[in-house]
Design a protein around this ligand. Sequence first.
Ligand SMILES: *[C@@H]1O[C@H](CO)[C@@H](O)[C@H](O)[C@H]1NC(C)=O
Ligand SMILES: *[C@@H]1O[C@H](CO)[C@@H](O)[C@H](O)[C@H]1NC(C)=O
Ligand SMILES: *[C@@H]1O[C@H](CO)[C@@H](O)[C@H](O)[C@H]1NC(C)=O
Ligand SMILES: *[C@@H]1O[C@H](CO)[C@@H](O)[C@H](O)[C@H]1NC(C)=O
Ligand SMILES: *[C@@H]1O[C@H](CO)[C@@H](O)[C@H](O)[C@H]1NC(C)=O
Ligand SMILES: *[C@@H]1O[C@H](CO)[C@@H](O)[C@H](O)[C@H]1NC(C)=O
Ligand SMILES: *[C@@H]1O[C@H](CO)[C@@H](O)[C@H](O)[C@H]1NC(C)=O
Ligand SMILES: *[C@@H]1O[C@H](CO)[C@@H](O)[C@H](O)[C@H]1NC(C)=O
Ligand SMILES: *[C@@H]1O[C@H](CO)[C@@H](O)[C@H](O)[C@H]1NC(C)=O
Ligand SMILES: *[C@@H]1O[C@H](CO)[C@@H](O)[C@H](O)[C@H]1NC(C)=O
Length: 368
Amino acid sequence: MFIIIMLLGLIFPRIHAVYLPKPSGKYFVGQTQHVFNHTTLNDPVANGTGTQLLITIYYPSLTPLDLNNTVPYIDPINAQIWESAFGYPSGSLQSIKTWWNFQSPIINGTAGENPLPTIIFSPGGGLNCWGYSVLLSDIASHGYPVIAIDHPGEVPYLQLPYGMGGVFGYNIYYSFNSSQATAIFQYRVADMLAIIRELIPSLVKAYSAPFNLSTYIALGHSVGGAATAEAMDREQSIVAGINYDGAFFTFPDVKRPFLMMESENHTMLDNTTWTEFPGNQTGWWEVFLVKNAGHLDYSDIGLWPDLLGLNHSTTPQIGSISGLRMEKIVRIFTKALFESVLGKRKTMLQPNGMWPEVHVNGQSGDNG
Ligand SMILES: *[C@@H]1O[C@H](CO)[C@@H](O)[C@H](O)[C@H]1NC(C)=O
Ligand SMILES: *[C@@H]1O[C@H](CO)[C@@H](O)[C@H](O)[C@H]1NC(C)=O
Ligand SMILES: *[C@@H]1O[C@H](CO)[C@@H](O)[C@H](O)[C@H]1NC(C)=O
Ligand SMILES: *[C@@H]1O[C@H](CO)[C@@H](O)[C@H](O)[C@H]1NC(C)=O
Ligand SMILES: *[C@@H]1O[C@H](CO)[C@@H](O)[C@H](O)[C@H]1NC(C)=O
Ligand SMILES: *[C@@H]1O[C@H](CO)[C@@H](O)[C@H](O)[C@H]1NC(C)=O
Ligand SMILES: *[C@@H]1O[C@H](CO)[C@@H](O)[C@H](O)[C@H]1NC(C)=O
Ligand SMILES: *[C@@H]1O[C@H](CO)[C@@H](O)[C@H](O)[C@H]1NC(C)=O
Ligand SMILES: *[C@@H]1O[C@H](CO)[C@@H](O)[C@H](O)[C@H]1NC(C)=O
Ligand SMILES: *[C@@H]1O[C@H](CO)[C@@H](O)[C@H](O)[C@H]1NC(C)=O
């Protein structure tokens, strides 16, 4: 009997469900997705002309969470791709459970109106938006609608909703050369502008969604963070921005609040763009460095080893900081930026005894 049970254990390794950190705000979270027909000319990752964009929307809801019907964290194809790339046990990523329901009712409001800005997000190069769902769902739980943009063909696999299939792209470890990286930066900027100027207004009209169409805050990781600054320069409705650990491609004076959060070694690799961009600013800006954080600690990936009880060493570009601690640091400083921009707090939260890992690595005033 004992041997049979042990054998069954080998055949069906028991994978217990593990939950992502619970969103910290007062609202429940709903999620939906939408695929836009949208043309991207000279799109290197579409082998010619790009035809689609996927958005994932996280939004506040008053409808209690149905824990038996939460949205899967990751699709089966991506689970297999990322598990094998990082040497994780099969089934581990799919054992992760979320805290949101698909298309649960959004909080009441008037179409096209919301006292809070709409948050727009662009991920790191080669990374899916689901890889940031902890931060994005947390923001939504505080009342902000969040729109995260995926560009098909770039990431290893992008699952489209509603039976539309999926799109395979570049291998996880593929290294984009400089002309590809520049093209990616350019379409990330164009994607953000198209979402704000055409695609979201038409969607809000079609669904009478209570989203603010005149005030956005843009966030991005890595190349998405660089795109945030350029999009902000071109689009006045973006009232503030955050770049998580992305080397800048351009150095516009965005004239509005701009927060930069970096990993421990960012400046080691990039002493130029994080000097040139701040040097051009006339508005408020600040750089926070998080000790012992790696580049991918600004995504959910930094949480995976801790959640799954795995050794950190097989996951690339994460530091020794605990994933749960990093998640808290990123969301607390992100929300503090929103609140200071909206006048809900007098000044930006500064690192103090509660945040010994966070160091100020430059702030407005430094450049006269
Ligand atoms: C998008 O394009 C596809 C294929 O060309 C078409 O079937 C679909 O109806 C279009 N969707 C919208 C919302 O226009
Ligand atoms: C959720 O599933 C559990 C276990 O299957 C069951 O006991 C419970 O009644 C379900 N809850 C709801 C709200 O359906
Ligand atoms: C939201 O709107 C619906 C339909 O108009 C209404 O029945 C409901 O009471 C409203 N809920 C709240 C919390 O205002
Ligand atoms: C959009 O958000 C801004 C800033 O929070 C607010 O001042 C403005 O009234 C909102 N607009 C609408 C139409 O809800
Ligand atoms: C581009 O071409 C490559 C190689 O043929 C293919 O693997 C990839 O899926 C294509 N990308 C798109 C978005 O069609
Ligand atoms: C970058 O890679 C693409 C695709 O392999 C290639 O067509 C292009 O010539 C390369 N550019 C540079 C500058 O190496
Ligand atoms: C950046 O500056 C640091 C400290 O001044 C130095 O140790 C590092 O080698 C520099 N990195 C590069 C790529 O120049
Ligand atoms: C910003 O700084 C860079 C280099 O530090 C400079 O070349 C550029 O002209 C400046 N201004 C703008 C608007 O980019
Ligand atoms: C994690 O793996 C590394 C490399 O294989 C090993 O040196 C280290 O001792 C392991 N740490 C733990 C806590 O198992
Ligand atoms: C930073 O770089 C040093 C030297 O290469 C390395 O030992 C350390 O692990 C890196 N830290 C992180 C968080 O990646």
